[in-house]
Ligand binder design. Structure first.
Ligand code: ADP
Length: 454
């Protein structure tokens, strides 16, 4: 609205300034005309040696006076004669006035006259006073003709101003509407949200428009929202999968226990009862272990960031692996500790890592198990390698997923051990990977950020 008024005003100002400029140049032409007339009249009078005003006037009027000028002649008898071209019949008219009266031409009247004549003077129009022999001459503009000329120009000027206002208004309105389009788009999109339609939709951001920044900011927010929705959907799907898997995993031992309870009711011999109770105890322990792991993973899902003191990873791994050696004297478990292996990790988390990896190596293979701790410039590596059956590349890509198991007859498990190892490594800002092949067995490698001072 404001811009429309401004543009219309600007156009009007341009037109008025243009009109004044044209008026100024018209006045300059007129001044030149006066000068030319003055020179011609003086030359004529000097040549003819006219001493009588009417005679002199008559001799020059028909040839020299132009429509915009008039010549006032004051003769030796103080008679004043005014010569000017009459506008209607274009013939010079001679007026004879008594002494001292120089306003011989018809009076210039109307509200416009003082303004036009004032402006003309301001633009440099002046009367020329000169003397030719015994005659005193005033060569001046024909004020009535001047005012009439300006008056005739007023109508087209007025029309031009009206057209400028209308055009300015229309152009400004079109420009404003276009510039404000992003605002309208964003408002529309937000109203759609408010009415409950949460489908993320970006809006077109035209770089040529100033408010396109708003559209871009809105699109950025929509992108964020889309990502948040996608993340929420992923988390929901993962949670549903987790609940389904956990329910399935818990149902198996529960079904076994329930089956054994009914068998127990009918068991007669103490030996049978003992066997059944032992199986039920084992199943309930499996359930307990599964529940512990689920609780642990759930607790680690939203971990409070904790900074841990650096520990000597090599020393702790030696201790932990030693326990396995003691418990499994028939198996060959070798530990190599490569010196400077300080890392900031919770010792309990490192316990989860070693226990699960060594336990798996013992569970899924029969051969020796090598545990190596070594360091590079900025990392400490803990590797657990076996020479067992290994895994396919598909299995290797998924073994860190929750509940992912590769069925091995007679080997019990929950499919949660390696996901716990992965989360434990990540909690210490580390990572884990596995290389595995049927020919060479499996090598799990945990990478931890190395700390240089204890
Ligand atoms: P679980 O041992 O309870 O099944 P894990 O998450 O510890 O669960 O392991 C997932 C799967 O990875 C196991 O079912 C097993 O098939 C495979 N796996 C783990 N460690 C080894 C290994 N050292 N050699 C071969 N397969 C392994």
């Amino acid at each position: 609205m404001l811009a429309a008024i401004e543009i219309a005003l600007l156009l009007v100002v341009i037109i008025v300034v243009g009109a004044l400029f044209a008026f100024g140049s018209y006045i300059r032409t007129l001044s030149h005309e006066l000068q030319v007339t003055s020179n011609a009249v003086v030359a004529e009078l000097t040549e003819n040696r006219a001493s009588n005003a009417p005679a002199a006037g008559r001799s020059i009027a028909s040839r020299l006076i132009r429509s915009e000028t008039e010549v006032v002649v004051l003769d030796a008898d103080s008679r004043v004669t005014v010569f000017y071209e009459h506008r209607n019949d274009a013939a010079p008219v001679e007026l004879v006035r008594t002494r001292g009266d120089l306003s011989g031409n018809p009076p210039v009247s109307g509200p416009l006259a003082p303004l036009v004549l004032g402006l003309a003077t301001a633009f440099g129009l002046e009367q020329l006073h000169t003397k030719a022999g015994s005659l005193y001459l005033i060569i001046k503009s024909n004020d009535a003709a001047l005012v009439a000329t300006v008056r005739s120009a007023l109508m087209p000027l007025g029309i031009a101003i009206v057209i400028a206002i209308v055009f300015g208004w229309l152009i400004a309105r079109a420009l404003t509407q276009q510039a404000m389009r992003p605002l309208g788009d964003v408002t529309g999109a937000l109203q759609r949200f408010a009415s409950g339609d949460l489908t993320p939709q970006t809006i077109a951001a035209d770089d040529r428009l100033e408010l396109s920044e708003l559209a871009r900011a809105y699109n950025g927010a929509i992108d964020q929202m889309e990502r948040a929705f996608a993340e929420r959907d992923r988390a929901d799907a993962s949670m549903r999968q987790f609940i389904a898997d956990a329910g399935h995993q818990l149902r198996t031992p529960l079904t076994v226990v329930q089956g054994f309870i009914s068998i127990l009711r009918n068991a007669d011999s103490p030996a049978d009862r003992e066997r059944i109770l032992a199986t039920m105890y084992q199943q309930s322990r499996a359930m307990g272990s599964l529940i512990d792991k689920l609780i642990l993973l759930e607790r680690w899902e939203n971990p409070a960031e904790q900074a841990h003191e650096p520990i000597d990873v090599g020393v702790l791994v030696e201790d932990l692996a030693g326990v396995f050696s003691d418990a499994n004297p028939q198996r060959q478990i070798t530990v190599r500790n490569g010196g400077e292996t300080l890392a900031a990790i919770d010792p309990i988390d490192l316990g989860y890592i070693i226990n699960n990896l060594v336990d798996n190596a013992l569970k899924y293979t029969d051969g020796p198990v090598d545990v190596t701790v070594r360091s590079e410039s900025d990392a400490v590596f803990v590797e657990v390698a076996d020479r067992g059956p290994g895994m396919t590349s598909v299995d290797a890509a998924h073994v860190f997923d929750r509940f992912y198991r590769v069925g091995r007859p007679g080997v019990e498990g929950t499919g949660l051990g390696l996901s716990i190892v992965k989360r434990a490594a990540e909690r210490a800002r580390g990572s884990i990977d596995v290389t595995s092949s049927p020919a060479e067995g499996s090598r799990f490698r945990v990478r931890l950020p190395r700390t240089r001072t204890a």
